[in-house]
Ligand binder design. Structure first.
Ligand code: FNR
Length: 366
Protein backbone atom coordinates (compact mmCIF):
# COMPACT_ATOMS: atom_id res chain seq x y z
CA UNK A 1 0.00 0.00 0.00
CA UNK A 2 1.63 3.19 -1.15
CA UNK A 3 0.39 5.25 1.83
CA UNK A 4 3.01 3.46 3.96
CA UNK A 5 5.67 5.96 2.88
CA UNK A 6 3.73 8.54 4.92
CA UNK A 7 4.58 6.65 8.09
CA UNK A 8 8.33 7.00 8.00
CA UNK A 9 10.15 9.60 10.14
CA UNK A 10 11.05 12.99 8.73
CA UNK A 11 13.53 15.60 9.90
CA UNK A 12 11.92 19.02 9.73
CA UNK A 13 14.24 21.74 10.99
CA UNK A 14 14.88 21.14 14.67
CA UNK A 15 12.30 18.34 14.90
CA UNK A 16 11.99 14.72 13.96
CA UNK A 17 8.43 13.89 12.93
CA UNK A 18 7.14 10.36 13.31
CA UNK A 19 4.87 10.60 10.26
CA UNK A 20 4.14 12.86 7.30
CA UNK A 21 0.37 13.40 7.53
CA UNK A 22 0.19 17.04 8.61
CA UNK A 23 -2.85 19.15 9.42
CA UNK A 24 -2.94 22.20 7.13
CA UNK A 25 -3.67 25.69 8.46
CA UNK A 26 -7.47 26.06 8.43
CA UNK A 27 -9.40 29.25 9.16
CA UNK A 28 -12.54 28.38 11.17
CA UNK A 29 -13.77 31.85 12.27
CA UNK A 30 -14.80 30.81 15.75
CA UNK A 31 -12.65 33.04 17.94
CA UNK A 32 -14.35 34.62 20.94
CA UNK A 33 -14.34 38.09 22.47
CA UNK A 34 -11.15 39.99 21.63
CA UNK A 35 -10.35 37.42 18.93
CA UNK A 36 -9.10 35.03 21.60
CA UNK A 37 -9.26 31.32 20.58
CA UNK A 38 -12.56 30.01 21.94
CA UNK A 39 -12.89 27.52 24.77
CA UNK A 40 -13.31 24.62 22.31
CA UNK A 41 -10.04 25.35 20.47
CA UNK A 42 -7.82 23.26 22.83
CA UNK A 43 -10.11 20.29 22.26
CA UNK A 44 -10.35 20.85 18.49
CA UNK A 45 -6.58 21.00 18.02
CA UNK A 46 -5.69 18.25 20.48
CA UNK A 47 -8.22 15.91 18.84
CA UNK A 48 -6.06 16.25 15.71
CA UNK A 49 -2.66 15.97 17.43
CA UNK A 50 -0.66 12.74 17.37
CA UNK A 51 2.56 11.71 19.02
CA UNK A 52 5.38 13.05 16.87
CA UNK A 53 2.90 14.57 14.39
CA UNK A 54 2.78 18.20 13.24
CA UNK A 55 -0.32 20.38 12.99
CA UNK A 56 -0.70 24.03 12.01
CA UNK A 57 -3.00 26.62 13.50
CA UNK A 58 -5.47 28.53 11.41
CA UNK A 59 -4.06 31.77 10.02
CA UNK A 60 -3.69 34.16 12.97
CA UNK A 61 -3.39 37.93 12.58
CA UNK A 62 -0.24 39.51 14.02
CA UNK A 63 -1.92 42.91 14.34
CA UNK A 64 -5.53 44.14 14.46
CA UNK A 65 -4.83 45.81 11.09
CA UNK A 66 -4.09 42.36 9.66
CA UNK A 67 -7.61 41.02 10.22
CA UNK A 68 -10.01 40.66 7.31
CA UNK A 69 -12.67 38.17 8.36
CA UNK A 70 -15.02 37.87 11.34
CA UNK A 71 -13.86 35.99 14.44
CA UNK A 72 -10.38 35.04 13.24
CA UNK A 73 -7.96 34.72 16.16
CA UNK A 74 -5.05 37.04 16.78
CA UNK A 75 -1.63 36.87 18.44
CA UNK A 76 -1.23 40.54 19.35
CA UNK A 77 -2.75 40.70 22.87
CA UNK A 78 -1.90 39.06 26.18
CA UNK A 79 -5.40 37.53 26.31
CA UNK A 80 -4.77 35.87 22.96
CA UNK A 81 -1.39 34.55 24.14
CA UNK A 82 -3.11 33.05 27.21
CA UNK A 83 -5.83 31.53 25.01
CA UNK A 84 -3.28 29.95 22.68
CA UNK A 85 -1.26 28.63 25.63
CA UNK A 86 -4.22 26.39 26.47
CA UNK A 87 -4.12 25.08 22.90
CA UNK A 88 -0.38 24.36 22.89
CA UNK A 89 -0.61 22.69 26.32
CA UNK A 90 -3.41 20.42 25.09
CA UNK A 91 -1.48 19.48 21.93
CA UNK A 92 1.73 18.84 23.88
CA UNK A 93 -0.16 16.61 26.31
CA UNK A 94 -0.82 14.34 23.30
CA UNK A 95 2.89 14.39 22.35
CA UNK A 96 2.20 16.48 19.26
CA UNK A 97 3.84 19.54 17.72
CA UNK A 98 2.00 22.70 16.69
CA UNK A 99 3.20 25.62 14.57
CA UNK A 100 1.34 28.91 14.39
CA UNK A 101 0.60 30.45 11.00
CA UNK A 102 1.33 34.21 11.15
CA UNK A 103 -1.04 36.32 9.05
CA UNK A 104 -1.60 39.80 7.73
CA UNK A 105 -4.39 40.00 5.16
CA UNK A 106 -3.31 43.35 3.67
CA UNK A 107 -6.05 44.64 1.34
CA UNK A 108 -8.25 41.53 1.90
CA UNK A 109 -9.91 43.43 4.71
CA UNK A 110 -12.52 46.12 5.17
CA UNK A 111 -12.35 49.40 7.08
CA UNK A 112 -14.97 47.99 9.49
CA UNK A 113 -12.26 45.63 10.85
CA UNK A 114 -9.60 48.30 11.08
CA UNK A 115 -8.86 50.21 14.29
CA UNK A 116 -10.17 53.73 13.80
CA UNK A 117 -11.99 52.65 10.63
CA UNK A 118 -8.99 53.38 8.41
CA UNK A 119 -8.53 51.73 5.03
CA UNK A 120 -6.72 48.38 4.85
CA UNK A 121 -3.14 48.47 3.59
CA UNK A 122 -1.62 47.02 0.42
CA UNK A 123 1.41 47.38 -1.85
CA UNK A 124 -0.67 49.48 -4.27
CA UNK A 125 -4.02 51.27 -4.25
CA UNK A 126 -5.83 48.54 -6.18
CA UNK A 127 -9.03 46.96 -4.86
CA UNK A 128 -9.88 43.26 -5.06
CA UNK A 129 -12.67 42.89 -7.62
CA UNK A 130 -12.92 39.10 -7.95
CA UNK A 131 -14.17 38.52 -4.41
CA UNK A 132 -16.40 40.29 -1.91
CA UNK A 133 -15.36 41.35 1.57
CA UNK A 134 -17.16 40.38 4.75
CA UNK A 135 -17.80 42.82 7.55
CA UNK A 136 -17.58 41.86 11.25
CA UNK A 137 -21.37 41.27 10.99
CA UNK A 138 -20.87 38.80 8.10
CA UNK A 139 -22.32 41.29 5.59
CA UNK A 140 -20.98 40.91 2.05
CA UNK A 141 -19.69 44.21 0.70
CA UNK A 142 -17.33 45.22 -2.13
CA UNK A 143 -13.65 45.53 -1.24
CA UNK A 144 -12.44 49.11 -0.86
CA UNK A 145 -9.47 50.68 -2.60
CA UNK A 146 -6.70 50.09 -0.03
CA UNK A 147 -4.09 52.49 1.26
CA UNK A 148 -0.80 51.92 -0.56
CA UNK A 149 1.85 51.56 2.13
CA UNK A 150 4.36 54.40 2.23
CA UNK A 151 7.96 53.30 2.24
CA UNK A 152 8.33 54.54 5.83
CA UNK A 153 5.34 52.39 6.93
CA UNK A 154 6.93 49.11 5.87
CA UNK A 155 9.22 48.72 8.93
CA UNK A 156 6.04 48.82 11.05
CA UNK A 157 4.66 45.83 9.12
CA UNK A 158 7.85 43.86 9.71
CA UNK A 159 7.74 44.85 13.38
CA UNK A 160 4.16 43.52 13.65
CA UNK A 161 5.33 40.11 12.43
CA UNK A 162 8.28 40.25 14.81
CA UNK A 163 5.96 40.96 17.75
CA UNK A 164 3.54 38.24 16.63
CA UNK A 165 6.46 35.82 16.51
CA UNK A 166 7.52 36.81 20.05
CA UNK A 167 3.97 36.33 21.28
CA UNK A 168 3.75 32.91 19.61
CA UNK A 169 6.91 31.93 21.46
CA UNK A 170 5.34 33.04 24.74
CA UNK A 171 2.22 31.01 23.89
CA UNK A 172 4.29 27.80 23.81
CA UNK A 173 4.21 26.94 20.11
CA UNK A 174 6.88 24.71 18.57
CA UNK A 175 7.41 26.88 15.54
CA UNK A 176 5.88 29.44 13.22
CA UNK A 177 4.85 29.60 9.59
CA UNK A 178 4.89 32.84 7.61
CA UNK A 179 1.71 32.97 5.50
CA UNK A 180 2.93 33.98 2.08
CA UNK A 181 0.02 32.41 0.19
CA UNK A 182 -3.61 32.85 -0.89
CA UNK A 183 -3.53 36.49 -1.90
CA UNK A 184 -2.77 38.02 1.50
CA UNK A 185 -0.33 40.84 2.18
CA UNK A 186 2.96 39.08 1.42
CA UNK A 187 1.61 37.55 -1.77
CA UNK A 188 0.10 40.91 -2.75
CA UNK A 189 3.68 42.19 -2.72
CA UNK A 190 5.05 39.16 -4.60
CA UNK A 191 2.65 39.16 -7.55
CA UNK A 192 2.81 41.79 -10.25
CA UNK A 193 -0.98 41.89 -10.67
CA UNK A 194 -1.34 43.52 -7.22
CA UNK A 195 2.06 45.20 -6.83
CA UNK A 196 2.62 48.25 -9.07
CA UNK A 197 5.16 49.96 -6.80
CA UNK A 198 8.17 51.68 -8.25
CA UNK A 199 10.29 51.78 -5.07
CA UNK A 200 12.47 49.16 -3.34
CA UNK A 201 9.40 46.92 -2.83
CA UNK A 202 8.07 46.81 -6.38
CA UNK A 203 9.07 46.28 -9.98
CA UNK A 204 11.82 43.67 -10.19
CA UNK A 205 11.40 40.16 -8.80
CA UNK A 206 14.03 41.00 -6.16
CA UNK A 207 12.04 44.02 -5.04
CA UNK A 208 8.67 42.25 -4.95
CA UNK A 209 10.20 39.42 -2.89
CA UNK A 210 11.87 41.81 -0.44
CA UNK A 211 9.05 42.06 2.12
CA UNK A 212 8.54 38.28 2.31
CA UNK A 213 12.27 37.79 2.83
CA UNK A 214 12.57 40.57 5.42
CA UNK A 215 9.57 39.27 7.36
CA UNK A 216 10.89 35.69 7.26
CA UNK A 217 14.30 36.88 8.42
CA UNK A 218 12.75 38.89 11.29
CA UNK A 219 10.65 35.93 12.43
CA UNK A 220 13.62 33.56 12.16
CA UNK A 221 15.66 35.89 14.39
CA UNK A 222 13.09 35.28 17.14
CA UNK A 223 12.51 31.57 16.58
CA UNK A 224 15.66 30.30 14.91
CA UNK A 225 15.42 29.45 11.23
CA UNK A 226 15.09 25.76 12.13
CA UNK A 227 11.67 26.44 13.67
CA UNK A 228 10.47 28.83 10.96
CA UNK A 229 8.66 27.86 7.76
CA UNK A 230 6.98 29.65 4.87
CA UNK A 231 3.79 28.85 2.95
CA UNK A 232 3.38 29.90 -0.69
CA UNK A 233 0.82 29.42 -3.46
CA UNK A 234 2.90 30.21 -6.55
CA UNK A 235 0.07 29.64 -9.02
CA UNK A 236 -2.67 31.12 -6.88
CA UNK A 237 -5.11 33.75 -8.06
CA UNK A 238 -7.41 33.84 -5.02
CA UNK A 239 -8.03 37.40 -3.77
CA UNK A 240 -7.29 38.83 -7.21
CA UNK A 241 -3.55 38.22 -7.23
CA UNK A 242 -1.53 36.42 -9.88
CA UNK A 243 1.83 36.84 -11.52
CA UNK A 244 2.63 37.16 -15.19
CA UNK A 245 5.68 34.89 -14.78
CA UNK A 246 5.33 32.65 -11.72
CA UNK A 247 8.27 30.43 -12.62
CA UNK A 248 10.51 33.48 -13.06
CA UNK A 249 9.34 34.91 -9.73
CA UNK A 250 9.51 31.77 -7.61
CA UNK A 251 12.76 30.52 -9.14
CA UNK A 252 14.19 33.59 -7.38
CA UNK A 253 12.09 33.38 -4.18
CA UNK A 254 12.79 29.72 -3.38
CA UNK A 255 16.61 29.88 -3.45
CA UNK A 256 16.47 33.17 -1.53
CA UNK A 257 14.37 31.51 1.21
CA UNK A 258 16.68 28.54 1.15
CA UNK A 259 19.63 30.82 1.97
CA UNK A 260 17.80 31.72 5.19
CA UNK A 261 18.00 28.02 6.17
CA UNK A 262 14.33 27.82 7.15
CA UNK A 263 12.94 24.49 8.37
CA UNK A 264 10.64 23.85 5.41
CA UNK A 265 8.67 25.31 2.56
CA UNK A 266 4.96 24.55 2.20
CA UNK A 267 3.37 24.89 -1.23
CA UNK A 268 -0.30 24.82 -2.10
CA UNK A 269 -0.65 22.90 -5.30
CA UNK A 270 -3.05 23.80 -8.05
CA UNK A 271 -6.28 21.89 -7.82
CA UNK A 272 -8.25 21.47 -11.03
CA UNK A 273 -11.59 23.25 -10.96
CA UNK A 274 -11.30 24.90 -7.56
CA UNK A 275 -11.21 28.32 -9.17
CA UNK A 276 -8.57 29.30 -6.63
CA UNK A 277 -5.44 28.39 -8.52
CA UNK A 278 -3.98 28.42 -11.95
CA UNK A 279 -1.31 26.02 -13.11
CA UNK A 280 -1.08 22.29 -12.56
CA UNK A 281 0.83 19.89 -10.30
CA UNK A 282 3.41 19.87 -13.08
CA UNK A 283 3.97 23.59 -12.54
CA UNK A 284 4.85 22.92 -8.89
CA UNK A 285 7.24 20.19 -9.99
CA UNK A 286 8.94 22.76 -12.22
CA UNK A 287 9.83 24.66 -9.05
CA UNK A 288 11.13 21.63 -7.15
CA UNK A 289 14.73 22.04 -8.39
CA UNK A 290 14.84 25.52 -6.84
CA UNK A 291 14.07 24.23 -3.33
CA UNK A 292 16.65 21.79 -1.93
CA UNK A 293 15.09 21.61 1.55
CA UNK A 294 12.09 19.96 3.16
CA UNK A 295 8.94 20.44 1.08
CA UNK A 296 5.33 20.15 2.23
CA UNK A 297 2.61 19.98 -0.43
CA UNK A 298 -1.15 20.44 -0.04
CA UNK A 299 -4.16 20.48 -2.30
CA UNK A 300 -6.63 17.68 -2.93
CA UNK A 301 -4.48 14.81 -1.68
CA UNK A 302 -5.81 11.42 -0.58
CA UNK A 303 -3.79 8.96 1.49
CA UNK A 304 -2.97 7.14 -1.72
CA UNK A 305 -1.88 10.14 -3.80
CA UNK A 306 0.01 11.55 -0.81
CA UNK A 307 1.98 8.32 -0.48
CA UNK A 308 2.74 8.40 -4.19
CA UNK A 309 3.96 12.01 -3.97
CA UNK A 310 6.38 11.05 -1.17
CA UNK A 311 7.63 8.01 -3.06
CA UNK A 312 8.13 10.02 -6.24
CA UNK A 313 10.16 12.61 -4.31
CA UNK A 314 7.66 15.36 -5.17
CA UNK A 315 7.27 16.20 -1.47
CA UNK A 316 8.53 15.20 1.98
CA UNK A 317 5.20 15.58 3.78
CA UNK A 318 1.58 16.34 2.86
CA UNK A 319 -0.70 18.83 4.61
CA UNK A 320 -4.37 17.82 4.59
CA UNK A 321 -7.07 20.46 4.92
CA UNK A 322 -10.69 19.44 4.44
CA UNK A 323 -10.17 15.77 5.31
CA UNK A 324 -8.52 16.78 8.59
CA UNK A 325 -11.51 18.97 9.48
CA UNK A 326 -13.80 15.95 9.16
CA UNK A 327 -11.43 13.28 10.50
CA UNK A 328 -9.71 14.12 13.79
CA UNK A 329 -7.90 10.75 13.55
CA UNK A 330 -6.91 11.20 9.89
CA UNK A 331 -3.35 9.83 10.21
CA UNK A 332 -4.60 6.60 11.77
CA UNK A 333 -7.37 6.26 9.19
CA UNK A 334 -4.89 6.68 6.36
CA UNK A 335 -2.41 4.29 7.97
CA UNK A 336 -5.03 1.56 8.29
CA UNK A 337 -6.90 2.37 5.07
CA UNK A 338 -10.09 3.06 7.00
CA UNK A 339 -13.07 4.92 5.46
CA UNK A 340 -13.26 8.69 6.03
CA UNK A 341 -16.02 10.92 7.43
CA UNK A 342 -17.36 13.37 4.84
CA UNK A 343 -16.77 17.03 5.52
CA UNK A 344 -19.67 19.47 5.82
CA UNK A 345 -18.76 22.70 4.07
CA UNK A 346 -21.57 24.61 5.82
CA UNK A 347 -19.76 24.37 9.18
CA UNK A 348 -16.27 25.28 7.90
CA UNK A 349 -16.59 28.92 8.96
CA UNK A 350 -18.26 30.26 12.08
CA UNK A 351 -20.65 28.60 14.49
CA UNK A 352 -19.87 26.48 17.53
CA UNK A 353 -19.01 22.89 18.30
CA UNK A 354 -20.99 21.43 15.38
CA UNK A 355 -18.55 20.53 12.60
CA UNK A 356 -15.65 21.64 14.82
CA UNK A 357 -15.20 19.19 17.70
CA UNK A 358 -18.09 16.84 16.83
CA UNK A 359 -16.61 14.69 14.04
CA UNK A 360 -16.20 11.15 15.41
CA UNK A 361 -13.00 9.15 15.46
CA UNK A 362 -13.21 5.81 13.70
CA UNK A 363 -13.03 3.98 17.01
CA UNK A 364 -16.06 5.93 18.31
CA UNK A 365 -18.20 4.04 15.83
CA UNK A 366 -17.01 0.58 16.78
C1 FNR B 1 -8.08 26.75 4.02
N1 FNR B 1 -6.76 26.97 3.62
C2 FNR B 1 -5.95 27.81 4.36
N2 FNR B 1 -4.63 27.98 4.02
C3 FNR B 1 -3.82 28.72 4.79
O1 FNR B 1 -2.63 28.82 4.48
N3 FNR B 1 -4.28 29.34 5.92
C4 FNR B 1 -5.58 29.24 6.31
O2 FNR B 1 -5.97 29.80 7.35
C5 FNR B 1 -6.47 28.48 5.50
N4 FNR B 1 -7.79 28.35 5.82
C6 FNR B 1 -8.59 27.45 5.14
C7 FNR B 1 -9.89 27.20 5.61
C8 FNR B 1 -10.67 26.24 4.98
C9 FNR B 1 -12.04 25.94 5.52
C10 FNR B 1 -10.16 25.53 3.86
C11 FNR B 1 -10.99 24.46 3.17
C12 FNR B 1 -8.90 25.80 3.38
C13 FNR B 1 -6.14 26.11 2.59
C14 FNR B 1 -5.77 24.76 3.19
O3 FNR B 1 -4.71 24.89 4.14
C15 FNR B 1 -5.32 23.72 2.12
O4 FNR B 1 -4.16 24.19 1.48
C16 FNR B 1 -6.42 23.48 1.10
O5 FNR B 1 -7.65 23.20 1.74
C17 FNR B 1 -6.09 22.31 0.19
O6 FNR B 1 -5.95 21.12 0.91
P1 FNR B 1 -7.13 20.01 0.95
O7 FNR B 1 -8.30 20.60 1.66
O8 FNR B 1 -7.46 19.69 -0.49
O9 FNR B 1 -6.50 18.86 1.67
Amino acid sequence: MSASSLFTPLNLGRYRLEHRVLMAPLTRMRAGEGNVPNELAPEYYSQRATKGGLIFTEATQVTPYGQGYPSTPGIHSQEQVAGWKKVTDAVHAKGGLIFMQLWHVGRSSHSSFQPGGVLPVAPSAIAITTEKSLTPEWQQVPYEVPHALELNEIPGIIEAYRQGARNALAAGFDGVEVHGANGYLLEQFLHDHSNKRTDLYGGSVENRARLLLEVTQAVAEIWGADRTGVRLSPFGTYNDVGDSDPIGLYSYVLPALSKLNIAYLSIIEARGGSGMEIGTPQSVDQLRPFWPGTLILAGGFTGETAGEAIEAGRADAIAFGRQFIANPDLPERIRQGLPLNHYDRSTFYGGGAEGYTTYPRFTDKA
